[in-house]
Design a protein around this ligand. Structure first.
Ligand code: SF4
Length: 326
């Protein structure tokens, strides 16, 4: 029987670098074709025959920077996938023609990097789009796609988080909200309230979705499923080995795989499970009864007969909970 697999493809090009970004990306867009030909060689060298590809995620960088010809060539070498196929887009590089091309290659989920609905915040983050462009991009995507996600950032010093307008909330199915601090660009605590409609379920510490619209691709990462990453800086988990490509965009190499020990797996499962609404299986927490009672007594976790689930208060101190339970 074929094994389930998820596929990540990294497109590390942006029109301009944002001040807060530490993703693998560059602005040398004149070299996109050079990068793509290496990427195609890498993808075509992978033997997909043993796998059933469940999800594909085209991330970046700014994948919407690819023109239609480049996008089509990339999809020509990707495996068949009947599940979720996502592309990350920036509001200023989305167009009607690209939406049509995305549909034509099988993309069925759009993740739009809105980051904020406040113009001053967008300017200070170094984003190229304004609020109107973000709203227009969501409206355009909505004409073509049912499954739309937006990314937002909160807890930005001297800026306020602005809840998406009602008309936008009606068009989207998923929101990722990351917290920005001075020293660490994406952390887990959530100080500013996000004020979303009740039908957006917080299924992961930074992710909210309407029922059935959780990110299937990201859930593979968070539940220990197998995935292969292509492109500079892309990570993989395959055959119990973790490996990644180096971040050298035009000469990336696969680094030496690291075999996970049973203890590594257990610690990962606890850490990831604490982030999820489904929680951590009790079977991973033998001999932790006293710690669990203490954490529950402080209102940081809820205990069910089978799982430990971080409460809203617990989600703000996940690292401390993890240190007690790992
Ligand atoms: S658009 Fe995204 S990947 Fe590119 S520089 Fe800005 S935050 Fe980084």
């Amino acid at each position: 029987m074929k094994k389930p697999l998820s596929v990540y493809v990294h497109i590390p090009f942006c029109e301009r670098r944002c001040g807060y970004c530490d993703f693998v990306s560059c602005t040398e867009t004149e070299k996109i074709n050079q990068y793509l030909s290496r990427l195609q060689t890498e993808i075509l060298a992978f033997d997909f025959s043993k796998y059933l590809v469940k999800t594909i995620y085209i991330g970046g960088g700014t994948p919407s920077i690819l023109n239609i010809n480049q996008l089509t060539k990339l999809f020509d070498c990707l495996p068949t996938c009947h599940g979720e196929i996502t592309i990350e887009v920036n509001p200023n590089s989305l167009s009607r023609a690209k939406c049509e091309a995305y549909r034509a290659v099988g993309i069925n989920r759009i993740s739009i990097g809105v980051q904020s609905f406040d113009l001053a915040t967008l300017r200070d983050l170094g984003r190229l789009h304004d609020v109107k462009q973000a709203i227009d991009a969501i409206k355009l995507a909505h004409e073509y796609f049912d499954n739309i996600s937006i990314d937002l950032i909160k807890d930005i010093p001297n800026h306020r988080y602005v809840t998406p307008p009602k008309e936008i909330l009606a068009m989207i199915k998923h929101i990722s909200i990351y917290s920005l601090t001075k020293d660490d660009h994406c952390v887990l605590d959530t100080d500013e309230p996000v004020n979303l409609p009740a039908d957006f379920m917080r299924y992961e510490v930074s992710n909210y979705a309407r029922e059935g619209y959780e990110s299937k691709h990201n859930l593979v990462y968070w539940t220990g499923g197998e995935y292969i990453g292509f492109g500079a800086g892309a990570h993989s988990l395959l055959n119990n080995q973790r490996f990644c490509n180096s971040a050298d965009i035009f000469n990336y190499q696969r680094e030496t795989p690291v075999e996970r020990t049973p203890e590594d797996i257990r610690e990962e499962q606890i850490m990831l499970g604490l982030r999820l609404r489904t929680g951590v299986a009790m079977t991973l927490l033998k001999n932790k009864d006293n710690d669990l009672k203490l954490l529950a007594g402080h209102g940081l976790v809820t205990l069910t007969p089978t799982h430990v689930i971080a409460t809203e208060a617990g989600l703000k101190v996940l690292n401390q909970i993890w240190l007690r339970l790992a």
